[in-house]
Design a protein. Structure first.
Length: 171
């Protein structure tokens, strides 16, 4: 299978930024990981050539959440999604795992390096931003878990990562 123009642009984007990645054999998919403020953010980026689209997804590294925790994670995702203009949080209910996904359709088959770079930054930034709140939820039990005020947790500025511009090695 020949590599699409869009996948070539994705590879060039990562190469130009100095981001380490691996490709998935037989698919137009790459995997990459970034050290962010709160956590290491692993992501995969998939090209959908016939649509001239890419989707960038990061799943929480924290693993499977119990049913009571899933309810609170679902509330977290819902509350955060109301504030987003690009991408969204999802929860795989069966696995109890939080994810962030952003997809973009390009008007040209080769895509756009600056948009691809921005999508990677968005996925890393959003997953990192939510990481400490997810940790608080997953570490809470019983009455403490039930009593968590997710809205107030989202207002805590001490949980926000540094907003300085990243260097080329880390988005």
């Amino acid at each position: 299978m020949a590599q699409s123009q869009l996948f070539t642009t994705v590879i060039n984007t990562f190469d130009e930024a100095g981001w380490a990645f691996t490709t998935v054999e037989g698919r137009e998919v790459i995997r990459a990981g970034f050290e962010a403020h709160h956590a290491r953010v692993e992501l995969h980026l998939q090209v959908f050539d016939t649509l001239a689209a890419i989707s960038v997804v990061s799943e929480s590294p924290r693993g499977t959440a119990s049913p009571p925790h899933r309810e609170r994670l679902a509330e977290l995702a819902m509350r955060v999604n109301r504030t987003l203009t690009v991408g969204n949080f999802e929860i795989d209910w069966d696995e109890g795992r939080l994810a962030f996904r952003v997809t973009n359709l390009f008007p040209k088959p080769e895509g756009d390096i600056s948009i691809i770079r921005g999508l990677v930054h968005t996925v890393v930034g959003e997953m990192d931003r939510i990481s400490p709140i997810e940790a608080i939820i997953l570490q809470s039990q019983g009455a403490v878990l039930a009593g968590l005020d997710i809205r107030r947790l989202l207002e805590r500025e001490d949980l926000l990562p540094d907003v300085s511009l990243p260097d080329a090695a880390n988005p």
